[in-house]
Structure formats: C-alpha cells, structure tokens
Design a protein around this ligand. Structure first.
Ligand code: ARG
Length: 410
C-alpha cells in the first residue's frame, strides 16, 4: 500500500501541481488539507468548494476543508494582540500566526488518515518552510516532511504547463504580479515590483486599505482581561470584531506597512503589508495597558514582547520558551479591562482619543493640579532627597562637586 501524505493545500497553482508531483515522484497518496484562517477577505472569502474540487482533480484521494477562523482569532490573534506583537517593531506576524494553526490541523489529519508524512508548498527562501517544519517536528516528530517546491526546480511557466497537461482546473496568468499570503490578521505582499526597495509600491498592491470613506469616524473597543470583546458597545466574538474593525480602519486607509525585514534564513526582504485590524487593535490594547498595568509589570512586559514576537516569527510557536512567556503575558492581562476610543481619519491615521477602565491605575486625585488634589506634597521632599542621595554623595567625593571644592580650596 502506498504511503499517505497530508499536504497543506491552498488551492493555488503551486500546491495544486504539488499534489500530482508527489503522486508521480514519490509514489504516495495525497490528502489535501485546506485551512480557512480568514483569507481572501478582500474578495469576500475563498471558494472552498472550488478548492476541494481542484485538489481532487489534481489527484488527491481526499480533500478536507477545515474552518479554523475562530481558532485563528481566539488562540492565535488574541495572544499576539496581548503581546502587542510586532516583529522588528513593525510587522504584526500575519503569516507567522497562521502557520502553527495549519500545522496543528495537518498533524491531526495525518493521524486521522494514518499518514506517515506531511507536505507543504513553500520554497527554500522563506520563513514559512521553517514554521511548517519546525512546528511539525515539535508536535509530531515521527512524521516525515516533503517540500516539493524546494526540490522540483520548476519555473512558474513550467507549473502552468504542468497544470494544463494534468488537466488541473485552475485559472492563472503567465505573469504573476505578487506573492500574497493573507488571513484574518492581515495580508503580506511580496515579489514583483516590490523587490526594488527604492521603488514605491504600486498602488494596486493595496486592497484592504484603500480610502473609501473620507469622513473621520470613531470606534470604541472594549477589552476584558486583554481580550477584545466589544465594538461600540456591541459584544462580538474576536473573529467578528477583528473583521469589522478591519473594515472601518481600512476604509480610512489605515494599516499599511512598507518595510525591509530580516528573514530567519538570512535574507533581507522588502515587504508590504496591510493589517488594518491588527495595527488598530494593538494601538488600542497598548493604550489600555498604559492605563491599567502597574509600572514594573508594564516595563518588564515591554522587554519580553519583542522576544515573543521573534520566537513566533522564527517558527517556534510550539516551544517551551513561548509557553513560558505566554504564561507571563496571560497573567499580565488580568486587569487589562476597559474601553479605548479610536479615531480614524483618512488617509491612514488611527489615534487613541480616550480610554477608561473600572480598574484604571490612573487616579484623578493624585494626578490633578486643581483643588481636589489628594497627593501628600510633603512626602515628595524626603523622597526626592533620598532618590538623589547616591549621586549627591558621588558628586561631592568624585564628581563635579569635588572639582568645585578643589577649585574653591586652591
Ligand atoms: N515575510 C512575511 C513572513 O515571513 C510574509 C510571508 C508571506 N508568505 C508568503 N508565502 N507569501 O511572515
């Protein structure tokens, strides 16, 4: 009996060709697994029936579509939000978050279908191969891994020809303009005209952040223990909240990134992203933390956030360090409860214009300069004297104070 391989299937040209290529070149049976993580939101969602049919037409013995939209939102986007996760201070980890979701389902399907291997369509130059393979090795070290696109040396034209020869029903253009990966958290655009880091990205790369509304608008995001739970007072599941806020933010042109980043494999690459919901939510969440987190906790968390982001970017979602950092971050969110008022204004701004929390550490009586002041001013004198005692002693013996003494004495 031929071995069974579970392939991470997107429905696109490469993974469609990969189905048949694996059958022909490895003599295996292929089970195609397509995971819905909220992609193609700029086109009203993927046509999952067409994707299933295409996988079967390409020769898969079985084609499975998994709806992981809420899982993506609740178990991956929300933790990333709580970590204010932005790789290299900018990129909110869009693709890096979906790969561990897909990996989890690949492994589950491999078990269900008695497969001995998994496969993906990534090339050797990107981060996604790292995320797939390191993830699989963490969850199921016994499974073999096939990466056909890393070995087949086929150009895009070759793939188009093979798809035609093998009668795989797929509409493709000879010239593919960009490589796009997207999900609920945003959209990553690579290749084509973007590969010149000096050239401004052509306007047609943007689909989620085009200005379609010129009137400024406000959105009130409600959080409970660091989880976004409502929009303008209406309770919503994270998936729906992220989708809706993305539309509001995107319609004012907010959420674009144009950057050069360091891939795990040592390549610098110019990337364009559209992440209206992710970036707006991080702005809101971080602001609510300003209001509710105790100072030392806040500062320590800020030190750990880049580490969390780097681990996830590097494909180490399933790792003991991510688990341990997660425990810290989850604990830190206990009192991150309240509302943040965001104002969106075309083209492309998102500003926090208000925040409130039942557990705010902002104390008006302490902060105010008016008559309701409750601060004990007399305490400040002694505190400041002791705070400066060390440097005052240093100055007198070794620093500017000592020099002044010498000048005065000579
Ligand atoms: N550079 C980004 C990352 O590593 C985006 C990757 C997009 N993936 C793709 N197959 N086009 O997370």
């Amino acid at each position: 009996m031929p071995e069974r391989v579970v392939l991470a299937y997107s429905g696109g040209l490469d993974t469609s060709v990969a189905v048949r290529w694996l059958i022909e070149n490895e003599g295996v049976e292929v089970i195609a697994v397509a995971v819905n993580v909220g992609q193609a939101s700029d086109r009203g969602g993927e046509d999952w029936d067409a994707i299933r049919t295409r996988a079967l037409a390409a020769g898969a013995v079985e084609a499975v579509v998994i709806d992981a939209r809420h899982e993506m939102a609740e178990q991956f986007c929300v933790p990333a939000l709580q970590a204010n996760a932005r790789y290299e201070g900018k990129y909110p980890l869009v693709s890096a978050l979906s790969r561990p979701v897909i990996v989890r389902h690949l492994v589950a399907e491999a078990r269900r279908h008695g497969a001995t291997a998994v496969a993906h369509g990534c090339t050797g130059k990107g981060n996604d191969q790292v995320r797939f393979e390191v993830g699989v090795r963490a969850l199921a070290p016994d499974l073999k891994i096939f990466a056909p696109a890393r070995v087949w040396r086929l150009s895009r034209e070759d793939c188009v020809e093979l798809a035609a020869k093998w009668e795989i029903p797929i509409t493709v253009t000879k010239e593919k303009l960009y490589s796009i990966d997207d999900n609920l958290w945003g959209k990553a655009i690579e290749c084509g005209a973007i590969e010149d880091p000096w050239a401004p990205a052509p306007g047609d790369v943007y689909t989620l952040t085009r200005v379609t509304e010129t009137e400024p608008t406000e959105a009130i995001v409600g959080f409970e223990s660091g989880v976004p739970v409502s929009l303008d007072g209406t309770p919503l599941a994270p998936y729906d909240l992220i989708s809706r806020l993305g539309e509001v933010a995107g319609s004012r042109g907010f959420g674009r990134l144009d950057m050069v980043e360091n891939r795990r494999v040592g390549i610098k690459s110019r990337e364009v992203y559209e992440c209206p919901a992710a970036l707006a939510l991080i702005v809101a969440h971080a602001d609510l933390e300003d209001l509710t987190l105790e100072r030392d906790l806040h500062h320590e968390k800020a030190r750990l956030e880049p580490r969390w982001s780097e681990l996830v970017y590097d494909g180490l979602w399933y790792s003991p360090l991510r688990d341990a950092l997660q425990a810290f971050i989850t604990e830190s969110q206990r009192h991150v409860t309240g509302e943040v008022r965001l104002r969106f204004e075309a083209p492309g701004t998102c500003a926090v214009v208000g925040r409130r929390s039942p557990v705010a550490l902002y104390d008006h009586g302490l902060a105010t300069y008016d008559a309701t002041d409750t601060f004990r001013h007399a305490d400040a004198e002694g505190f400041v004297r002791l705070w400066g005692l060390g440097v005052a002693t240093w100055s007198a013996r070794q620093g500017p104070g000592a020099e002044a003494e010498e000048r005065g004495g000579s």
